[in-house]
Design a protein around this ligand. Structure first.
Ligand code: FES
Length: 219
């Protein structure tokens, strides 16, 4: 989804007026605007279709509920319940959806439900983060608080020597050891945190998101 956004930007800036010398600036501007609009509409239709696919099942677009299981949202193991054994200490994070254990509905009907789960050394966590963690495992919303792109990267910070969550749309960075506070970039606030529980190796949701989920402006 985020790569579609990036493609829109690069495609729209590639108009070459030198090949159409008889088109005046105003007309060219209008054409660019129409092109951007058409591409954006196409991208949004794609987002909408992906979203609606999960909305058919009741509860699929509801926020994570206490007791929900967590399943992989991507990759070879998509749909499989995540256990502590799936999370190597030190990262990288896995991307997850909540899943209602009673109905087996995966709550993928809203992109705002995607979650990042990571396991870190408990000694690295600040007190507040440690209180929400189970065995060093913590979870956050995967949606950037700037313009709502998905946070996709786990890379060394631009402002330190530790790895951080990074949103590649405008380079915002979040430190999961400190409640996912913003350490770099334009994001206005930390990622929402999701309390977890662990029983017999299986992870589950222990409560509602803490903090606002989503971006401050349309992505
Ligand atoms: S949407 Fe993430 S940094 Fe802008």
């Amino acid at each position: 989804m985020s790569s579609a956004s990036f493609n829109i930007i690069s495609t729209s800036s590639s108009s070459n007026t030198a090949t159409e010398p008889d088109v005046d600036a105003g007309t060219e501007q209008t054409r660019r605007t129409l092109l951007i609009g058409a591409l954006a509409t196409t991208a949004c239709l794609g987002c909408s279709a992906a979203s609606h696919a999960g909305e058919d099942a009741p509860g699929a677009d509801e926020r994570p509920q206490k007791g929900d299981l967590l399943v992989f949202s991507e990759g070879d193991q998509e749909g499989k319940v995540i256990t502590s054994a799936d999370l190597p200490r030190g990262g990288p994070p896995v991307h997850a959806w909540p899943k209602d254990p009673k109905t087996s509905v995966v709550r993928s009907g809203s992109r705002l439900n995607e979650i990042l789960i990571i396991r870190l050394d408990p000694a690295e966590l600040d007190d507040q983060t440690k209180a929400r963690a189970v065995d060093g495992i913590i979870a956050y919303s995967a949606i950037c608080s700037h313009a709502g792109c998905p946070v996709t990267a786990w890379v060394k910070s631009d402002v330190g020597d530790k790895e951080v969550f990074k949103c590649m749309c405008h380079n915002s960075e979040y430190d999961p050891r400190a409640g996912a506070q913003v350490v770099f970039g334009p994001a206005p606030r930390r990622l929402a945190a999701l309390p977890l529980a662990l029983a017999d190796g299986s992870l589950s949701v222990a409560g509602n998101f803490i903090g606002k989920v989503g971006g401050q402006q349309p992505g």
